[in-house]
Design a protein around this ligand. Structure first.
Ligand code: ASP
Ligand code: MG
Length: 384
């Protein structure tokens, strides 16, 4: 038995662009070495290098119009394994003992839902043992194993989930999600020049943002963090910024606007149950149902949904998030009024909880984001 008293445990997740080439990958190894030198036991979760996952999916589509979902998982889980092995080698080269582990070796047990599996249990015995032996544990993100011992993946962006579930299971101090962006911003600064970085954000609002399509925060990961009480710090891998702390504390003044263009609209039609089953079988994730129409996320529907009856085509949704916004109809209507005043086309809209959403033509997403960000800023100031 390990007699060593365990250090505090820190989980760090590095996204695909942080390990996008070998120079950056070595830089990540150095960053990990520094954290370890500060006295922490470090668990690292790593994504596939750069564009690897997209390239693997493109390969699959060259051999099959609707690639089998089990085989797809065998294929796309490879990207993270390349990163984990290279990162462990780079750390050892720096004199830091490290071992790489796949999702299944790390005890990430999921349901059977290939390409969009849900974590049902975490048994990180090998990770814990590696830490007790003084090693940095490098875990391949985005993947797990079903009870039938099949390799599964957790949905696009799912390395965040790996990091959060491990942080919860290991009782880590916090879970740091490192990317090329310094934390969570009030909007994509490339779209909204006046966007600001949020210093802190409540898990509820972060969840609403993830649901709205924000790329820095994978919805499933935030949901798990909220349910298990894990604090997330979103920080930049190579920058000097202070990042965003995402935790249980309410952040009433924080607001943000995000958008999602990886959606299609489907009409439920005469046999809604059959349509619902067809959406699920194709790997579509229902975002919301509004009357007879459903908004479906197609990120993990690798064979597409074009064959579905009732398929209406691609749509875009812009989402505004602020604590309790969806319950303040006065504010929601004034935001809608700002879109109308800017002559933008609203095809559908709704609100609930911490958010309000507007379906707009894809070509108007950027303009709608700017208008909503500006109006929300004014609402926020007048409310303060
Ligand atoms: N490599 C996977 C993706 O590109 C998972 C992740 O990066 O989180 O979606
Ligand atoms: Mg991500």
């Amino acid at each position: 038995m390990a007699s060593q008293v365990m250090n505090r445990i820190v989980v760090q997740k590095y996204g695909g662009s942080s390990v996008g080439d070998l120079v950056r990958l070595r830089g990540v190894a150095e960053r990990i070495a520094r954290t370890r030198a500060e006295g922490a036991s470090v668990v690292v979760v790593v994504s596939a290098m750069g564009n690897t996952t997209n390239e693997l999916i493109a390969l699959a589509k060259q051999v099959a119009a609707k690639p089998d979902r089990r085989e797809m998982d065998m294929l796309i889980s490879v990207g993270e394994r390349i990163s984990m092995a290279l990162l462990a080698m780079a750390l050892r080269d720096l004199g830091v003992p490290a071992v790489s582990l796949t999702g299944s070796q790390s005890g990430i047990i999921t349901d059977e839902s290939h390409a969009d599996a849900r974590v049902v249990e975490v048994r990180p015995d090998r990770v814990r043992r590696a830490l007790e032996d003084g090693l940095v544990a490098i875990v391949a993100g985005f993947q797990g194993m079903s009870r039938a011992r099949e390799v599964t993946t957790l949905g696009r962006g799912g390395s965040d989930t790996t990091a959060v579930v491990l942080a919860a299971a290991l009782n880590a101090e916090h879970c740091e999600i490192c990317s090329d962006v310094d934390g969570v911003w009030s909007a994509d600064p490339r779209v909204v020049p006046g966007a600001v970085k949020l210093d802190s954000l409540a898990l509820d609002e972060a969840l609403a943002l993830g649901r709205g399509g924000a790329k820095v925060l994978y919805e499933e990961a935030v949901r798990y963090a909220r349910d298990k009480g894990v604090s997330i710090v979103a920080s930049s891998t190579f920058g000097t910024g202070t990042g965003t702390v995402i935790g249980p504390t309410p952040s009433p003044s924080a607001f943000a606007v995000t958008s999602d263009e990886q959606l299609v609209a489907v009409r439920l039609g005469g046999d809604p149950s059959a349509t619902a089953r067809a959406i699920a079988a194709a790997g579509g994730k229902v975002r919301r149902k509004h009357g007879d129409l459903v908004q479906v996320d197609v990120r993990n529907a690798h064979g597409g949904l074009a064959h579905l009856p009732g398929m209406l085509g691609p749509i875009a949704v812009v989402t505004a998030v602020r604590s309790g916004l969806g319950e303040r109809l006065v504010d929601v209507e004034s935001l809608g009024g700002a879109l109308a005043a800017a002559q933008l086309t609203v095809l559908d809209s709704g609100c609930s909880g911490d958010l309000a959403w507007w379906q707009v033509p894809p070509a108007e997403v950027a303009a709608a984001t700017r208008v909503l960000h500006e109006s929300l800023g004014q609402t926020a100031t007048s409310a303060a």
